[in-house]
Design a binder for this molecule. Sequence first.
Ligand code: BGC
Length: 742
Amino acid sequence: MRKYIVLVAFLAMSLAGMAQSKPIYLDESRTEEERINDLMGRLTLDDKIAIIHAQSKFSSPGIKRLGIRDFWTDDGPHGVRPDVLWDQWEQAGQTNDSCVAFPALTCLAATWNPDMAHRYGVALGEEARYRSKDMILGPGVNIYRTPLNGRNFEYMGEDPYLASMMVAPYVQGLQSQGVAACVKHYALNNNEVNRHSTNVIIDDRTLHEIYLPAFKAAVQQGHAWGIMGAYNLYKNIHNCQNTYLLNDILKRDWGFDGVVVSDWGGAHDTEQAITGGLDMEFGSWTNGLNEGYPNAYDSYYLAQPYKKLIEQGKYSTRELDDKVRRVLRLFLRTTLNAHRPFGSMCSDEHYQAAREIAAEGIVLLKNQGDVLPLDPKKPCRVLVVGENAIKMMTVGGGSSSLKVQREVSPLDGLKKRLGPAFLVDYARGYVGDVTGEYNGVTTGQDLKDDRSPEQLIAEAVDKARQADYVLFFGGLNKSNHQDAEEYDRLDYAMPYGQDKVIEALAAANKNLVVINISGNAVAMPWVKKVPAIVQGWFIGSEAGTALASVLVGDVNPSGKLPFTWPATLADVPAHKLGAYPGTKRANENIWDLEYKEGLYMGYRGVDHFKTRPTFAFGHGKSYTTFALGKATASAKTITAADSISFTVNVKNTGNRAGAEVLQLYVADLKSALPRPAKELKGFKKVYLQPGESRDVTITIGRDALSYYDDTAHQWVAEPGDFEVLLGTASDNLPARVRFTLQ
Ligand code: BGC
């Protein structure tokens, strides 16, 4: 008995001891702040300096003796980038890092379906977890200001409200897997040319009303754990160390409690990095060992140079401690979170998500005479033309380049769906860029073709004359000066002489469908001659399957353009006003770029300058038809504290099930400051069976009526009369109703 008592006492003591020895930072019953405080007490100055900068191309160190793992980031935003070598951009050559490529973010935005954004985030987060990544470098929400921007495909279009509604669920979905989002590129990185040296000059209203809201939504609605600074400058300061953007707006005004990560090589100065709000520095100098800097990682601005300034007494650890606390909070959310899911990769669910998002984002731009869909039950002769029918698009384009487990080309997808009863032939039509390599990942495709443009056109036309349908797949690709990082497009026209091919095909066959593969609008001088046009985006692993499903009508298209499709470049306000790419300073490598068009960009610019786009923002057709009823409002008069609802009946009047997006725009009929004629402030996607109708209600609040008052530095909803315009595209808003804000 005595022995027993001693044993029990001993066990009880050891258990108490164990409980006591469990460090507070690992104790999940403690608050986040208690755990951070505990960790702070355990860190040396060297530890603190270590965790705020990189140790390799994509990782930063944890704290070994405390059992805190290294922190791994990776691109982003369309799939998990292949592992690269420790200190170089070149892929490491792993055999276990081939992923599912999800559709580019322009396509996601074109779904106008926030549920899809959430699903996208979850699937990507699962892939990231499986690959042991703690942060995905994305999503991107830089606003579409010019169709020349090489990186528009990685972003969510021109409208701050649409981008806000789509970014928040993406972030939430991703982070639900214990993987941090790093929303990029904050801010004003709206072109790639001179991206390291462009100093953006912009008025406060335009900054707050157009270029910041999606970042704000990512922070306040999505609760993003990371934000990536942009390469360019604002108010003459590089944005990765820009105190106005990072300290004042992001951290103070928006209450951001996560980390600011530099874009790779975006930090430029130790003192500005210390005081300007940067928390984690990545990518400085380490462009491989050939172009590296001695002891590169120790020489980072936030490494030894920072430590020296603290030791010299120039800085206390005040700024450092704030950075470190943020990084520790990030660890608690990711590497120190014992409940993170394990993730999964290349699952059927991920392919299904990729396919369904892709199909829902494809936009039917034009369908005169109901050329589409092809009837899969009526076998016929189909001619497919164009390089983009066969070219892999997941490799290239910069940091979003992927190594995929599989990618279905449009030609293969179509052949598979149509089956052997159809005679599907192929003609090249034009030769674009036959290369296919990025950082050592190769497509393995041999696209070489030495025939002259004339020979290629002659072959395509000859075959087109004998076909029942001609499907031309063209547009841009991921090569430099197309849809790719670091370069902008050189002009608005389709490259490689494609216009000629399309004109020739249009003359040869009346059932021509042009499927444009790109993340950007392109000039369409032949638009009136081609009966059917589809915007096919870069849609990843399931490209061919998704495109085929829309072309044959398995999926009724419901995508809507997330940007205006201008007729000419001169119609784009930035170009009309000569506000691109800015002016180089005489003795300095800085380009001053003033956003002269202010608020009047995209569809706001269309209204203001009275231009006629080829396709309007929000436009997208269906294989069925919809009729809208009259709009009713829940009130005639409201106060600023109220919300107000608008209801419109939407009816599917055709004979196929389909989805329509009811879009709500607000017009301030009279205001102290000039305002755009209308602005998107609500939307809802509805799925309707043939003949089905539904009352669709959209509720808006004070936010939807407000503008940013740049003298008072706050959002103001001015009393007066407003009109709400409802419809199915920014140029088709038949249901209107007025109300008064008291
Ligand atoms: C890009 C970022 C990317 C980073 C890491 C930079 O050049 O601008 O978007 O996340 O590289 O690859």
